[in-house]
Design a protein around this ligand. Structure first.
Ligand code: SF4
Ligand code: SF4
Length: 229
């Protein structure tokens, strides 16, 4: 993300969230801190800590938001099909290794039942980068739920991938000349948009910095899981 874009987003935060004459809000100082620290992060864990810090600042700024523990609508939809880098997967695989055998067996059984017959289609969709009209048609007939969703909660929450940490708390800028759009579900989007501003950190800078810390070919979760279960 270009510096001036970031400044613009930061400026909008300050204007929108800070009443005139008052100190910069926590959300603006969190962005400033993260902006300093993220380019120097040497591990994905460190970058994730910074992303979580930003998400927490958004939560504090908008305490009435829907995006909180107990809501898992995005994990329970095709939104949950996204690329996971090898280093993100290693962290998840390590967490799964620590599970009790019964819990692991239940995951494997659920995974085989719900996703086994669809793996070929998932591979095809990831080859065409989830080309939306095709993906929409496919998932309209076969609703998708993240295999790691367990009783409505993320079973690997502490090591969940970057996409899961940002969804619902960040904005995304598709093109440099476009205004940022909420990177989240319709529920959370309409919550922010009923405010007269869109004061969220932008995904772009974080994604660019974390790409620097991840190597190797990313795959979707069901494809990583096939190797493990
Ligand atoms: S992004 Fe939307 S569906 Fe997902 S947890 Fe937040 S409010 Fe719920
Ligand atoms: S890894 Fe966890 S947070 Fe991410 S989509 Fe799956 S269940 Fe949801």
């Amino acid at each position: 993300m270009a510096d001036e874009d970031f400044e613009e987003v930061l400026g909008r935060f300050a204007d929108a969230v800070r009443p005139a004459g008052q100190e910069a809000p926590a959300i603006a100082s969190a962005i400033e801190e993260v902006r300093e620290a993220l380019p120097r992060a040497t591990s994905l864990a460190e970058a994730f800590g910074l992303v979580d810090r930003l998400a927490e600042a958004v939560r504090e700024a908008y305490p009435q938001g829907h995006c909180k523990a107990g809501c898992s609508g995005c994990c329970d939809s095709q939104t949950a099909i996204f690329d996971v880098s090898p280093v993100e997967w290693e962290a998840i695989a390590h967490a799964l290794d620590g599970w009790e055998p019964e819990r692991k067996a239940a995951l494997a059984e659920r995974f085989r039942r719900e996703h086994g017959p669809r793996l070929k289609a998932y591979k095809g969709l990831s080859l065409i980068r989830y080309f939306e009209p095709v993906a929409d048609r496919y998932f309209a007939r076969r609703p998708y739920s993240c295999p790691l969703l367990e009783n409505g909660r993320c079973s690997v929450y502490a090591v969940r991938p970057l996409a899961c940490r940002m969804y619902g708390y960040f904005a995304i800028r598709a093109r440099f000349y476009e205004r940022p759009a909420v990177y989240g579900c319709g529920l959370q989007t309409s919550y922010y948009e009923t405010r007269d501003h869109l004061a969220l950190p932008a995904v772009n800078m974080v994604a660019a910095q974390t790409r620097r810390l991840t190597r190797g070919r990313a795959r979707i979760l069901p494809l990583w899981l096939t190797d493990r279960l």
